[in-house]
Design a binder for this molecule. Sequence first.
Ligand code: NAP
Length: 273
Amino acid sequence: MTAVVNPEGALAGRVAVVTGASRGIGAAIAARLAMEGAKVVASARTLEAGEHKLAGSLSETVARIREAGGEAHAVRCDLALPEDRESLLKQTVERYGPADILVNNAAVTYYFPVTDFPEKRYRLMMEVQVRAPFELSAAVVPGMIEAGKGHIIYISSGAARHPQKPYRGAGRGGTVYGMAKAAMERFSTGMASEVYDKNIAVNAISPGLVRTPGTELHGLVNDRNEAFQTPVESIAEAVRFIATSEPKEITGRVDSIGSFMKEFELKPVDLIA
Ligand code: NAP
């Protein structure tokens, strides 16, 4: 079936903020939510193609949605900067109104063993992966209460799981990444319990291994693991499903993509080109 925007879809009139939407998983989520009729605020640092060494930009994400007849707006935001985090939600309100859906997807990741982890990079990872989603999530709650419902979705990782013996690959330096993701999984379930009565859902989902500019840069995807890779459309579909569900029905969950898709009998859907 051809991928189209349905302006009267299940998310018509709802405002979705997606972080890390200049490329990879975030760009796919932005497209999928727009296909369901959401007004999407696509946010990241790269506004125009060529500003970053990796492919992808907010202008391209927004153009892809608008050319298909959807609603999207780009907000340049460095999540490491408190003033940019504040400005992201301010600009969202000015453009479309308060966020009904927040997808905390952006990440910057460095791999070093704990003993060699550069302080500056550690701080940056914690700002972007922990502090920013914490702050944005807290800041969208009042608007969601006013609207009577809301969805906060965190894109986690299998790296949040504890390493098992025998310790294969333990020297690859993923401890800080796993620690940040584990912190946010606990944050998601805790926040879900705090805002349950307000009809706001908070969920975390792990994508498995997805081919994106980020995983290509880190040499994580190759022909040998192609069979184990998750299509980016699956993550987009899972987020669409959560965002269109009744908040009290799906909340406080931490799932990996495979079991989630299976449980709810979801199939990846083609995205607008
Ligand atoms: P990616 O290709 O590296 O894209 C990362 C996104 O985060 C980009 O849009 C980037 O935009 C944004 N970002 C990075 N630093 C930022 C900053 N300081 N401020 C604002 N935005 C920033 O990553 P991906 O593979 O799509 O991964 C998306 C999410 O899924 C991440 O949370 C990742 O940990 C998780 N995940 C991915 C996989 C996988 O296999 N792909 C597996 C498990 C978990 P700019 O550079 O333009 O700012």
